[in-house]
Design a protein around this ligand. Structure first.
Ligand SMILES: [Zn+2]
Length: 61
């Protein structure tokens, strides 16, 4: 089996993402493995790509 560095091996599998939920504005957590983000409030699941695109259109200033 190939070895690889897993940055999440000693961490919670969810990492805090720097984005807000597209539905309710809650905190999104990035699920490290599948490129998805999960809202901690409404449990909505979004593709990271989707969230990045939305945030590019609406820069946080
Ligand atoms: Zn939400």
């Amino acid at each position: 089996m190939a070895e690889f560095d897993n940055p999440y091996v000693n961490e919670d599998p969810f990492i805090r993402a720097h984005f807000d939920c597209l539905d309710c504005g809650g905190k999104l957590w990035e699920y490290a493995i599948q490129g998805q983000m999960v809202c901690e409030d409404c449990r909505g699941v979004f593709l990271s790509e989707q969230v990045f695109d939305a945030n590019i259109e609406r820069p946080a200033n």
